[in-house]
Design a protein around this ligand. Structure first.
Ligand SMILES: [Zn+2]
Length: 298
């Protein structure tokens, strides 16, 4: 419906029902990482080596979130969490992890995926099959966000920003984002375009109506997207890993896992600005221990 017609209808009947958008927060396991991963506040290659070999006593457990959006234009999944094969019995299993991840990432993440929490298991409990999904949006191609892609690869569209895909095949991302987890699945690679939104002023307006935008938040990766969902003058911001938790943007602590600290800071400042907007309903970070699974309605 064009904006003018929508406005006219609203003037005729201001009480007409506007379809709500529901955002399901789905926890797809944990990572158990060095505390410097979420709150390292600096770029340091030596520290990265320490993160991989950190003893368990120096690690914290952080949730891994994906999101199911019931949107007027379809069912949309944002990210996919861990795959079942990485934790077959629902507990930490180093051998199973080693079969999915290379040693440096296995050491970094120590992933766990409890029973019935893999993305397809949770969708099934909601009565949703992978082929029912209209879109799977990938915020970036790190394994905690894409290893579950194998479970939902029958979705109608899998979308990734071209900038993320481009860099994932190159430089340091080639070792950080194992291609066997995602390269085999056909993806729509969409270009960011100029936008008032975001630290980089780049966004993908998926439906050309501002109801769902992938906004470039570089720093953690070059092409990473945050997601902004709008309805009835309000919005929810999914930060992806631009902020691991609210503490990052509230205290301007740069996560210690990223490759461009200045851009990480710019992305955090943008998130803080968005959070201060009166239209902001919620800011949800991918690894925030204070966020609990549930539904946010817009
Ligand atoms: Zn992550």
């Amino acid at each position: 419906m064009c904006k003018t017609l929508s406005l006219v209808l609203q003037l005729i009947n201001p009480y007409r029902e506007v379809m709500a958008i529901k955002i399901h927060i789905l926890q797809c396991g944990f990572i158990r990482v060095s505390e410097t991963v979420p709150y390292g506040n600096r770029f340091d290659l030596l520290e990265k080596a320490k993160q991989v070999s950190a003893p368990d006593r120096n690690r914290v457990s952080l949730p891994v979130f994906a999101y199911l959006i019931e949107h007027p234009k379809g069912l949309i999944l944002v990210d996919t969490g861990w795959c079942r094969e990485i934790s077959p019995e629902g507990v930490y299993n180093p051998k199973a992890v080693a079969a999915v991840l290379p040693p440096h990432l296995a050491g970094l993440f120590h992933p766990v995926l409890p029973e019935r929490t893999a993305i397809h298991e949770q969708l099934s409990s909601l009565g949703i099959q992978p082929e029912d999904l209209d879109y799977v949006l990938l915020t970036h191609l790190d394994p905690d966000h894409v290893s579950g892609l194998r479970h939902v690869s029958k979705a109608k569209h899998i979308i990734v920003p071209e900038d993320e895909y481009f860099w994932s095949c190159r430089t340091v991302y080639r070792t950080r984002q194992p291609q066997k987890l995602w390269l085999q699945y056909p993806m729509d690679r969409l270009y960011y375009r100029g936008s008032p939104l975001g630290p980089n002023h780049w966004a993908i307006d998926l439906f050309q109506d501002e109801s769902l935008q992938m906004v470039n938040v570089p720093g953690h990766t070059d092409g990473q997207a945050a997601i902004v969902i709008r309805n009835s003058g309000r919005f929810v911001l999914l930060t992806a890993d631009a902020a691991f938790s609210a503490r990052n943007w509230q205290e301007m602590i740069v996560p210690g896992f990223g490759f461009a600290r200045e851009w990480q800071l710019r992305s955090l400042r943008w998130i803080a600005d968005m959070a201060a907007d009166p239209g902001c309903e919620a800011v949800l970070c991918s690894h925030d221990p204070s966020v609990k699974p549930g539904i946010v309605t817009l």
